[in-house]
Design a binder for this molecule. Sequence first.
Ligand SMILES: [Zn+2]
Length: 285
Amino acid sequence: MRRLRPFALACALCALAAVWLTAQAPAPPKPLEVVRLSANLHVLIDPEDNGNVAVYVTPEGVVLIDAKFERHVPQVLDAVARITPRPVRYLLSTHHHDDHTGGNAALRARTGARILGHASAARLMRERNMPGPPEVTFHDRMSLHLGGRAIEAYHFGPAHTAGDAVYFLPAENAVHVGDLVELAGPYIDHKAGGSGARFAQAVEEVFTLNAATWIPGHGKPLTPETGKLFLADLKTALARAQAMRTQGVKKEDAMAQWNNEGLRYCCRTNIWKRSLAGLWDEPAR
Ligand SMILES: [Zn+2]
């Protein structure tokens, strides 16, 4: 066998190290799907189903709703730049979960955007040492005005978390509902103050806005008709859980005894099963 000279040996080791590093490096995020809802409103959806980002363009700048994870921030800003040359002025958070806020701090650092969200979402992020908590907060409702456009922020009570915010864009007749409506869910994050008892009521409040387009926290934009089907299934599922509890089923047995029959628009998945036991610990209704 031919002896490798030191230089050749070093090169061979470099090549091996490069292969090893390539194997260790996390795969880059997959390309975002850009869904155009109107000239001024787009939704950035990724195939790995992390939180949807709404891009709202006003004459004085861009408002983003949610931020995905930090690793998505370059992609999000590239997508915004392809839509408009205007600067990002505000970032609105629908709740504290990191698939919606993980990019908050990086987006603020790169754009100078101000971050707005519900007071409880800001508190939860601070308590959990999550980067980029909202610096402008509200409790029940608030209006933001930019470039002659209004964005109305609402909190319809605890549901997915204690800090859920819904953002209505009157000029677009569209609403970002965050994870209040998630066809694969819903997940009730009891540790973050979520509530099964209040969940359906919070979704009902969304209908009072009369928005024609609902942007969910995950997945494609929805019509209010699909929202109605989601709400009906949600009520059925919550009543089913309540009946099991009343009949004395122990929370440890709830998952095994859970019945998905007739549920098509929510509550079928593991996400729902993660929330079932927590319903047993909520005050009896
Ligand atoms: Zn969430």
